[in-house]
Design a protein around this ligand. Structure first.
Ligand SMILES: *Cc1c(COP(=O)(O)O)cnc(C)c1O
Length: 354
């Protein structure tokens, strides 16, 4: 399929790189293609960034048929631009699409479309240390009718947003509240997909934590409220003794690409790594007997986010005296090193934009 390109007449003024924040600014162009059951995907185009016009009965507004991805383009020291394991994002997009009965995309074509879009908006990939171009592909149902039926029309869009460094003064340990009432997802549900609905379900607990002065919630499993699942919109890992534990992918947990990359790095180094069930009781016990050495969240946005404090059932526990642990710091340095091209990529993870 060809991609039609319609360039913007007057490029927008670029924002100040020292005050980008997250997801506030958007580049000059966006990629769109449409799907109908009869025609399949068609009319692939890169057009000036702008508002959409959608029928008010559109499936996405009523029945939550929406999935998305999140990845970044990084500016290296020599000025080139690179992605990190983008094929994994498009594979996950299709896994999410399959669950939600949205049409799958051709993964190679989607990556080609993204490459074309980034090349056109290359000047928008920021240069300041720690900044990047956040990439948001998303796909939604667009049938203009209220009946609950299988989806006949969909739209796939990619938008780009220059973002600031997640940490303004180096990486900082965060305070986490363990959520004992609301759950994010259940096995058999959509927890393993990147769908908007999972975020809708997590809003109430997130707001409660924020009001109490915590930055994220730690989710327990939806059936027994016993096993650790994720922290906010990140996967989570703990160092207990010399074992690094992360919850196994049971179906209610998002299979993070950062999580997968960290597991590979740790295993390559010969570290003791377990993907298994981790109960809240085991975690609290490890906190109380001093075996819990480090904890961190991991995901594309923050890369690695150290956990300094945990709140559970009226008690507050401090991890590593509220400092960044050695493993946490090393993982952050290694991953960001590979992503920004400061450390050689020996695993074929880097995808240069050429
Ligand atoms: C995106 C996301 C993650 C992290 O995935 P990455 O591929 O590492 O960015 C973890 N949990 C949830 C709920 C997410 O939406």
């Amino acid at each position: 399929m060809d991609i039609r390109i319609e360039k913007i007449a007057t490029p927008k003024q670029k924002p100040d790189e020292s005050a980008l924040g997250f997801g506030q600014y958007f580049t000059d162009h966006m990629f769109i293609m449409d799907y109908t059951r009869a025609k399949g995907w068609h009319d692939a185009r890169i057009v000036p960034f702008g508002n959409l016009s959608l029928h008010p009965a559109c499936t996405v507004f009523h029945y939550g048929a929406e999935i998305f991805e999140g990845m970044k383009a990084y500016r290296t020291a020599d000025g080139s631009i690179q992605l990190f394991r983008p094929e994994q994002n498009f594979a996950r997009l299709n896994s999410s699409a399959e669950r939600m009965r949205l049409p799958l995309v051709d993964e190679e074509f989607a990556l080609k479309a993204l490459t074309e879009l980034i090349k056109l908006d290359a000047d928008w990939v920021p240069h300041a240390p720690g900044t990047s171009l956040y990439i948001r592909p998303f796909l939604f149902g667009a049938d203009p009718k209220l009946g609950v039926h299988s989806i006949d029309r969909s739209v796939f869009i990619i938008i780009l947003s220059p973002v600031g460094s997640y940490y303004k003064e180096g990486i900082n340990p965060v305070k986490i509240m363990i959520e004992t009432e609301d759950v994010r997802a259940v096995r058999g549900g959509t927890g393993y997909t990147k769908c908007g609905g999972n975020y809708g379900a997590s809003n109430r607990a997130g707001e409660k934590a924020e009001q109490a002065g915590y930055s994220q919630v730690l989710w327990l499993d939806g059936v027994e409220r016993k096993y650790i699942e994720e922290v906010g919109a990140m996967n989570v890992m703990f160092k207990i003794g010399d074992e690094i534990v992360t919850p196994a992918l049971t179906g209610s947990i998002l299979p993070g690409i950062t999580r997968n990359s960290i597991l590979q790095i740790l295993r390559d180094e010969g570290a003791k790594v377990s993907e298994r069930l981790l109960s809240i009781d085991e975690l609290i016990e490890a906190l109380e007997n001093g075996k819990l050495k480090e904890g961190w969240g991991c995901g594309t946005a923050a890369v690695v986010s150290p956990i300094g404090q945990l709140y559970y059932n009226g008690k507050t526990y401090t991890i590593n005296n509220g400092n960044i642990g050695e493993t946490t710091q090393k993982l952050y340095d290694t991953l960001t090193g590979i992503q920004w091209g400061r450390i050689a990529d020996t695993r074929g993870w880097v995808y240069p934009i050429k």
